[in-house]
Design a protein around this ligand. Structure first.
Ligand code: NAI
Ligand code: MG
Length: 397
C-alpha cells in the first residue's frame, strides 16, 4: 500500500506537546506515514484574522485524515482585542476553528470511547453490598451527533418579526412565553434531521456489531422532547428491529443516565445521543476512567474525512512550561482511533497494549494521575513529563 499522508493540526497551548509525542509513538510502533502540518488556531486569528485558513481546509480535502491537538477560544471582545491592528477595521468575528472544521467537512459522527485501564489511580470506585470497595470496569463508547441539535447555532435573542410570528403560531408559546417582553426572549433551536439522525444511529449499531457490544443505549429524553428525541427513538426502534436484531436497544432518559453512570457504568456498551446530550454523557463517562488526560475522540464524515482529537482543550496555563507536564494518553488514544479507522488495527492494538502496561506498572505517571495540582514543581515531586510518559509507552512497544 502507498504511504499515507496524515495532516497534523497542533493548534494552541498544549496541543503541540501532546501531538508531537503521539507522532513519536506512532513512528515507534511502526506506522509508516508522512505528516504535513496545517495551520489552525489563535495565532492565525491574530495574524490573519482567520483561525482556520483556507490552505488548511485544502490540506484536509487532499489528505482526508487529520490528528488535531487543541485550540484556544476566547470571548468575542477579547478575540477582537488580540487581532493585529491592521485587521481591526475589517469587521472580523472570531468563531471556533474546530467547530468550523466539523461543519465544513460534515464531520457528523463523533465517537468517544471510555475504557478503564487497570491500575489507573483515577479509576472510579464505589462501595459494594458488604461495604467493600469495588472498581467496575467501564467499556463504553459514546456516539454523539456532531453537527446538529442544540449546537447547530440557529439562535436568536429579541427575535425579529418573522421568527416571533412563527413562534406565536404555537399554542405552547402563546400560553407560556407570550407574556414576556419580546426583547427578554432568547431562543436556541434543537433541530434534528432524519438523514443525520439515521447516520448516527447506524454508526452506533454498526460499531456494536463490529466490536461485539451487546447493547446500544439511546440516551435522550423522548418523553419530554417529543419531536427531536421522539423522532430519534422511533427511528432507533425501527432500525434495531429491521437491521440489528442481534443487538439490544435500551432507551434511557439522559438525566437518569447521568445517575446510572455512577451506579452501574459497567452495564453499558454503546451509547448514542444527539449533540448536547452526547457531549454531556461522554464527559460523564470520561470522569470514571481518569478524566481529560484519558478522554479521546474520533469524528468523521460519511465521505471519508476524519479528524482525531483528545476531548481536552489547550490548557493554556500549562502551555508555557519548559517541560510539558500534561498527560499525552488522550492524544495517543485518539491516534489509535485513527489507526482503527484506516484499518491499521495491528498497530493500534500494539500501542494500546503498551499504554495499558505502563498504567498497570504504575511507575510512570503524569501529575493528573498522581492527583497533584498542576504546577512547574510536579516533575521535581515525581510526576512524569509528557515526553517521559510517551517514552514509557515506546519502551513497551
Ligand atoms: P482544558 O481541557 O484546556 O483544561 C482544563 C483542565 O484540565 C486543565 O487546566 C488541566 O488541569 C486539565 N487538563 C486538560 N488536558 C489535560 C491533559 N492532557 N493532561 C492533564 N490534565 C489536563 O479546558 P479549559 O481550561 O476549559 O479551556 C482552555 C481552552 O481550551 C479554552 O480556550 C477553550 O475554549 C479551549 N477548548 C478547546 C477544545 C478543543 O480544542 N476541542 C475543547 C475544550 C476547550
Ligand atoms: Mg465537551
Amino acid at each position: 500500500m502507498s504511504k499515507r499522508t496524515i495532516v497534523t493540526l497542533p493548534g494552541d497551548g498544549i496541543g503541540r506537546a501532546v501531538l508531537d509525542e503521539s507522532v513519536r509513538v506512532l513512528d515507534a510502533a511502526g506506522f509508516n506515514a508522512d505528516y504535513v502540518e496545517g495551520d489552525i488556531g489563535w495565532e492565525f486569528w491574530r495574524k490573519e484574522g482567520n483561525p482556520l485558513p483556507q490552505r488548511t481546509i485544502d490540506l484536509l480535502e487532499k489528505h482526508k485524515i487529520a490528528l488535531f491537538g487543541a485550540i484556544t477560544s476566547k470571548p468575542k471582545d477579547e478575540a477582537f482585542e488580540e487581532l493585529s491592528p491592521e485587521l481591526k477595521e475589517k469587521g472580523l468575528i472570531y468563531s471556533s476553528p474546530i467547530v468550523g472544521l466539523r461543519q465544513h467537512f460534515g464531520l457528523e459522527i463523533c465517537a468517544r470511547p471510555c475504557k478503564t485501564y487497570k491500575g489507573n489511580p483515577l479509576n472510579f470506585i464505589r462501595r459494594g453490598k458488604n461495604g467493600e470497595i469495588e472498581e467496575p470496569g467501564v467499556d463504553v463508547v459514546i456516539f454523539r451527533q456532531n453537527t446538529e441539535g442544540l449546537y447547530g447555532g440557529v439562535e436568536w435573542s429579541n427575535p425579529n418579526d418573522k421568527v416571533y410570528d412563527a413562534l406565536m403560531t404555537h399554542p405552547k408559546f402563546v400560553k407560556n412565553f407570550s407574556n414576556a417582553p419580546r426583547e427578554d426572549v432568547s431562543i436556541s433551536t434543537r433541530i434534528f434531521t432524519k438523514k443525520r439522525t439515521e447516520n448516527i444511529l447506524r454508526a452506533a449499531f454498526d460499531y456494536a456489531v463490529k466490536y461485539g457490544y451487546k447493547s446500544v443505549t439511546l440516551a435522550e429524553k423522548p418523553n419530554v422532547i417529543r419531536e427531536t428525541s421522539g423522532m430519534m427513538y422511533k427511528m432507533a426502534l425501527q432500525m434495531q428491529k429491521n437491521d440489528y436484531p442481534g443487538i439490544e436497544l435500551w432507551n434511557t432518559n439522559i438525566d437518569a443516565q447521568m445517575m446510572w453512570l455512577t451506579k452501574n457504568p459497567e452495564n453499558y456498551g454503546v451509547i448514542v445521543a444527539g449533540n448536547m446530550f452526547g457531549d454531556i454523557v461522554s464527559d460523564g463517562f470520561a470522569g470514571l476512567i481518569g478524566g481529560l488526560g484519558f478522554a479521546c475522540s474520533a469524528q468523521w464524515s460519511l465521505d471519508g474525512v476524519a479528524v482525531f482529537e483528545p476531548t481536552h482543550g489547550s490548557a493554556p496555563k500549562y502551555a508555557g512550561y519548559k517541560t510539558s507536564i500534561v498527560n499525552p494518553i488522550a492524544m495517543i488514544e485518539s491516534a489509535c482511533m485513527m489507526l482503527d479507522y484506516i484499518e491499521e488495527k495491528t498497530i493500534s492494538d500494539k500501542i494500546r497494549k503498551a499504554v495499558a502496561e505502563v498504567i498497570a506498572d504504575g511507575k510512570v505517571r503524569t501529575y493528573d494521575m498522581m492527583k497533584m495540582r498542576g504546577t512547574a514543581d510536579v516533575i521535581k515531586n515525581g510526576a512524569a513529563s509528557t515526553k517521559e510518559m510517551a517514552d514509557a509507552v515506546i519502551a513497551k512497544l
